[in-house]
Design a protein around this ligand. Sequence first.
Ligand code: K7E
Ligand code: CUA
Length: 636
Amino acid sequence: MRRGSRFGIAVALAVTLGAVVAGCVATKGGGAAGSAAEKVYVKPGEKDAYYAFLSGGHHGNVYVYGIPSCRHITTIPVFTPEPAVGYGNDEESKAMLGGYTWGDAHHPGLSETDGDYDGRWLFINDMPNARIARIDLKDFKTRQIYGPIPNISAAHACPFPTPNTEYVFAASRFSVPVPNRDVKVEDYAKDFKGIIAGIKVDPKSGEMSMGFEIQMPPFDWDLSDAGKGPSLGWQFFTCYNSEMAYDSLEIKASQNEMDYFAAVDWRAAQKAVDEGKATTINGAPVLDPQKVKDIVYLIPVPKSPHGVDVDPSGQYVCCSGKLQAEVSVYSFAKIKAAIDAKKFEGDKMGAPTLKFEDCLEAKVPVGLGPLHTQFDNKGNAYTSLFLDSQIAKWKVGPPWNVVDKIDVYYSIGHLMASEGDTRHPTGDYVVALDKLSKDRYLNVGPTHPEAAQLIDLRGPKMELLYDFPTYLEPHYAQMIKADKLHPITVYPLAENEKPGVVKRAEDARVERKGNRVDVYGLVVRSHFTPDIVKVNQGDDVYFHWTNLEQDDDIAHGFGILWSSKNMQIEPGETKTMRWTPEKTGINPFYCSNFCSALHQEMQGYIEVRAKGSPQAAIVRPDAKTIAEINALLAAR
Ligand code: K7E
Ligand code: CUA
């Protein structure tokens, strides 16, 4: 083919695609009409309609994708150190990680106002260490890690925020003795306890703090969802292993026809704590349902349930029994009526049990291995079927029938619908996430890349649009309209009040007190001030670097040779890193993040002298250096 004609075809194709896209969606890529390729095509320069936040599973982080293009945009370090930006290497993030270098993140939970995603924060759990992180969506940074939450062992049913983000929750997946102590595993039924925790979220700052804990039977508490509308104020938790087995769970925990889901009245629980009815265990106020009534109830669910999902209206609670071919739909009105009438069958360690028939609204024959359910804006639900490798679409409401099914090309786990956990799902897309992947991509060895598939919900039938791989190992994910987020591009220097901040070359200095050395420095294209630092072997050196840039994307790095010390400092930001020189000699450092034409020149030396060498107590840059740096700043 001649060059001219190939170019001509490319232009024609671009024009056609452009016309389709522009005609269907005002400002964002991904039209509703045309071929699957056209529907996922986001023109160069255009942006996606949705941000998707995928949990990173045992990678411990959060992956950010654009939908519908399915492009991986960034990864947010959360529970695991990340060397490129130095997460876990600077003093602040190191303290936040609290000595842990691993987490297993399952469920992202976007903050909500009035039951809709408000774009302020993203919460996510670290199951094994029972921690919850809050990511600020202003800068996509992890700002708090709360936990390990006392008495909780493996926070899987976590965090699932309430409709006004009053609380995030956690519940023990593996029950343990509470308080944990020297006991025999054989005394499981007697000594082990489940715990459900309500963690308060400050409405202004998002700061998490302990609200209440409820002592539960030692079942395996699995998943959760928040009530909304008529069920506002209630939180629901499924469990399996009501058999209370402690070994061979794959057999022994599947004996009972019914397990349970718990309905927690979180306002009543908080009130009981505030009235002093809790016992403090490991610093947490624990409520015992045998003594404190009217806080939690148990409702039978068939066959080892997994997901519990409240529909957008808040009227129905949908539970998926893994070993069943149906979704059990409960009416919240019926549950509430049974509670109000005190129609209890009995109780489990103080938590009253309701009758299955009193609460059930419908059984929907979705197919084999139902796990999770999401919703659209037209009164439909979508349930993932692990065993059938399908998604079933069904009508919420009579006749409660399945109206469509679509194959997914792997064993599906969670699925995420656009704004699917809110009171107003948008009904545009669902993304199917895998549990076991198949070879959908170029072979990279024994572990297949994790697979995700984008499915269009806008037509009468579900339509598979696109396959995209992810890294290990997303469980749940959430998708929010892109126009709800307004991330900042620089940290305003004027607002930087971090300890160690330096805003003028005149204030840069090295201070020594005993063997502690504090370097108060600044970075600006393309210079470290100071770029010569003199210390002694064994000194405790703290580098406080402030990036004086106020231009987009001009981050500088600080990497020290022959160390694992590196961090990135973003425009307007101050970060502190501690380093202990172990050997005498000259130790270079450099800017590890490309920042300018003279990035390669952005470097310095640390002179490490023998212990006890005379070093000045304070060193400032000389007048000539200050003048040079001020000239650089003026030219910035
Ligand atoms: Cu993989 Cu939510 Cu941990 Cu279900 S969970 S599939
Ligand atoms: Cu500063 Cu590269």
